[in-house]
Each structure stands twice: as structure tokens, then as C-alpha cells.
Design a protein around this ligand. Structure first.
Ligand code: P6P
Length: 335
């Protein structure tokens, strides 16, 4: 792979190859990347930045907001308002959509994000990240309303995340595979460090919060029990387990070396389909995983085919190595 390809050069050259990144979308992705750089700086200051701990407020999910949740949300909003590439934004941290102020030109894209996923890990210095999804604004009516965001994940035009870990890494797809860019803090720019990411179809590593085992449905329990039975069990091989409790970090590991990530429906809150949010967590991650040769379902259906009915709706998530996701999905569907 050629050395020192910046994100900008990658986007320009990708547009030349397949026209998948028109100017407005390139601007959107560069602005989001710049916002992630600012968030990375704030996160990396840690206790020195005076931004750890809770903000003594709750978000629409009823979760206590961390100061950095709010800061990250504001950074993304501010960065994306003036460019003329967006019509509106939606965030895990905001009850309703945020229209681009009328003093700025309106663009053709909609941006959704979880500004700082895994924020319960901030105060304990564990990797966290920003997740984003880009949709096209419907052009059959003027203005933007919440219903315009309710598009299936298969309609995304771009998706990605930025993981704030030992290195800050931006992972992106526009439908032609998955590329990874590592932040070079000396240059202050994201540099291409991997392209055509491929997830192995098989794995020996599963990720799930085991403390919820007694609440799971039978198919999930069967799948995990078989992994735990190891070589002597029906799988005939031993498995390893990882759970970072930061979806971005768990998905990054799976994109890097394979594995299956599961956050299933459970009996604790049976009216909820799952814990994770469809629009700005499951959909972008599902597209990235599929673009890297993996699979992503809610246990029964392909996540990208799900038709959303609410902006903040939740979904069960099984994603990663194709053969494992197909197995656990078959346990649910009797396939
Ligand atoms: P639990 C973080 O709060 C998050 O939304 C995901 O990033 C993560 O995978 C999951 O929740 C962790 O949930 O119940 O294990 O704390």
C-alpha cells in the first residue's frame, strides 16, 4: 500500500475511481474526521482536561450523560452546520433531529451519530468511540422532518466510526469496502493504514456480556453454551471471550481479527428489542461488517433490511464472522 495517503487524497482518488464520493459527501466525511480529531484531543486529555465524570443530566435514552458525551455532541453539531453538505443531524444525545440553521445553505445529506459510544468507560480509561451514519435526504418534498431519517440501513451512503484507543483510528465505508486511517498526531491528519479490510468467516472468539446469561432466549444460550463446551462439545474447538463494553472497541477487534459480537434481546426489559440503537449504532456497524465480508442480523433478519419506525429505536445485534452469525441466526429461525 502506498505510504502516507491522507484521508483527503483517499477520498479524491476513490471519487476518480468509482464516483462514490461526490464533493458534498467528501466535505461531510472530512468535516466528521476533523470533529473526531477534536474529540480525540479532548478524550486524550483525560483528568487533565477537567471533562471527566457525569454532567448531572440524562439523555433521551434515560442514561446519565458524561461531560464528554455533551462536548462530543456539540463538536459534531458545530463542525457540520456551516458546510452546506447537510440538511439535518440526529444524535443519541438529542431527543429530536437538529436542522441546519437557515443562515447556512442546506445540503442533500442527513448525518446520524452516537457522539461518544461506550462513555461509561471514559472515567476508567478504556477505549471509546464516535459512530456515524450518512443517509441521503429524500428529495420529493421541501424541508426535513424526522420521518426522513427513518430509512433502512441498506440506504446508507457512508458509515464509519472513530475509535479513541492507544491510537485514534477512523474506519470508513462508502460501499466499496472498508478502509482504516490512523491519526498521525505530528501531521495532525488521518493516514491510510489499511484498505479492503476482511473479516475471517470463522472465529474462536465471541463477545457478549455474560452477566446477562439468565435473561437470554434459548437460541443465544445454546450458542454460548456450545462455545463454552469447547473441544469436547459440539463445536469441536475451544473459544475465547472478550467483552470491552464499548461497541466501537469490540467491533474494531472483530474487523481486525474476526469474532462475533452479540447484544441480544433479553427478559429484563422485554418490550425493548435490545439495548443498542438501530439508526446510529447497529446500522453503521452492520454495513461496515458486511463490507468487510461479515454478517449482521438481529437474530432473525439482516439488520440493514430493517425498516425503522422510531429515531431512537433499539435492536438486538449479532455481527461479525459470517459463519458464526449465520449459525446463531439459524438457531433463532430453526434454519
Ligand atoms: P453493557 C455502551 O454503553 C454500549 O452502548 C455499547 O457500546 C456496548 O457494547 C454496550 O452498551 C455495553 O453494554 O450492558 O455490557 O454495559
Amino acid at each position: 500500500m502506498p505510504k502516507n495517503i491522507s484521508l483527503t487524497r483517499y477520498l479524491v482518488e476513490q471519487q476518480r475511481v468509482d464516483g462514490s464520493i461526490p464533493a458534498q459527501l467528501r466535505l461531510l466525511l472530512e468535516v466528521v474526521a476533523r470533529a473526531c480529531k477534536s474529540i480525540s484531543m479532548a478524550v486524550n486529555k483525560g483528568a487533565l482536561g477537567g471533562v471527566l465524570g457525569s454532567a448531572d443530566s440524562e439523555n433521551v435514552q434515560g442514561e446519565v450523560q458524561k461531560k464528554l458525551d455533551i462536548i462530543s455532541n456539540e463538536v459534531l453539531i458545530e463542525a457540520n452546520e456551516w458546510g452546506g453538505h447537510l440538511a439535518a443531524m440526529a444524535s443519541e444525545e438529542m431527543d429530536s433531529i437538529h436542522l441546519v440553521p437557515s443562515r447556512y445553505p442546506q445540503g442533500e445529506y442527513l448525518l446520524l451519530f452516537d457522539p461518544l459510544d461506550g462513555s461509561s468507560n471514559i472515567d476508567v480509561n478504556v477505549s471509546i468511540g464516535t459512530i456515524f451514519s450518512v443517509l441521503r435526504k429524500p428529495d420529493d418534498h421541501p424541508g426535513v422532518q424526522e420521518a426522513d431519517f427513518l430509512q433502512a440501513g441498506a440506504k446508507q451512503v457512508a458509515a464509519g466510526y472513530c475509535v479513541y484507543g492507544p491510537s485514534t483510528t477512523l474506519v470508513l465505508t462508502v460501499g466499496g469496502g472498508v478502509a482504516m486511517f490512523t491519526l498521525d498526531r505530528e501531521q495532525g491528519s488521518f493516514v491510510l493504514t489499511q484498505e479492503n479490510v476482511q473479516i475471517p468467516a470463522d472465529t474462536k472468539e465471541f463477545a457478549i456480556n455474560m452477566s446477562n446469561m439468565r435473561h437470554w432466549d434459548a437460541p443465544v444460550k445454546r450458542y454460548v453454551d456450545e462455545c463454552l463446551a469447547g473441544k469436547e462439545g459440539p463445536r469441536g474447538k475451544d473459544f475465547n471471550m472478550r467483552w470491552i463494553a464499548s461497541m466501537v472497541a469490540d467491533v474494531h477487534r472483530i474487523l481486525t481479527r474476526g469474532g462475533i459480537f452479540m447484544y441480544p434481546w433479553d427478559k429484563r426489559e422485554p418490550e425493548k428489542a435490545g439495548k443498542l440503537r438501530l439508526m446510529y449504532e447497529a446500522n453503521p456497524m452492520a454495513w461496515l461488517v458486511e463490507q468487510a465480508g461479515g454478517a449482521a442480523t438481529n437474530g432473525k433478519q439482516r439488520i440493514l433490511d430493517l425498516q425503522p419506525t422510531k429515531l431512537h429505536e433499539r435492536v438486538a445485534v449479532f455481527l461479525g464472522s459470517k459463519n458464526e452469525v449465520e449459525r446463531v441466526t439459524a438457531y433463532h429461525t430453526g434454519g
